[in-house]
Ligand binder design. Sequence first.
Ligand code: BTN
Length: 285
Amino acid sequence: MASHRNLASGTIPLNSSRIPPDLEPNTIRAGLRTGWLGQTLECVEEVDSTNTQVAAKGRAGAPSGLVMVADRQTAGRGRLQRAWHSPESVNLYFSVLLRPPWQPQKPPPVSLAVGVAIAETIRPRLSHPPALKWPNDLLVQDRKMAGILVEVAATRNRIDHVVLGIGLNVNQESFPPPLDQSAISLRQATGRPTHRGELLAELLNALEPLLETLNQDSHDSMIESWNRYFAWQGQAIRVQTGSGEIRGIALGVNAVGALRIRDERGQEHQLLSGDTFRIADPLPK
Ligand code: BTN
């Protein structure tokens, strides 16, 4: 396992001189209004991937609600084995450990809850509203500001732990090609820098109640919120799935988080995974 320089763990900073001021654990804690999320908090200077490290902590018995945030990642990972651009001192890279009571066959749509939490947190700062792209991206002005990576460790009968990884472009002023064509930061969208630690605390405050609704029978209001933020509602899209491509009109997500899409024959499909793209030339409704 790759090592990481652990700057502050629990309440005891190990080497506070290296902690970037806006990721100080005490500042993050001061903003937290949560009961359990982030109450175990690790702020690290450099890590391969917060998801990799939090998964290791999950296997070693760390508590549900643990959050690790890194100033930079050397091997940040996205969905579909893509790399996640993780330069130092500018963005938020963090992972959350959960030990949920979900059945492995019927996990609730946790990445949608994370998307709603990010959207609700950044919305007051923006003049252009954020939009959610199914399943795991947050867009602003049609560019990606945040991505979510959910990794589940389960046997056939039981989920041991879940790692939620979130990358949020906060203060980056420019992106290298080809990301300059598709990414955006909060700073680029607002023209102002944002304190990363305060933003992280706000985000965790918004996320905790949404995660709690996932343990209840119904999380309809979270799904309604997600649909309100859905970037491509009513638009022509194509979805790349493991078994091929489906084209049609996007109808939003259903109660279990599946994407509803109506094809040109009028048949509705409900997809639980895939990669979505907008079609420039719309299909007839
Ligand atoms: C995606 O859009 O494909 C998901 C990106 C998730 C990136 C975050 S950054 C923090 C955490 N650690 C990782 O290695 N990945 C996630």
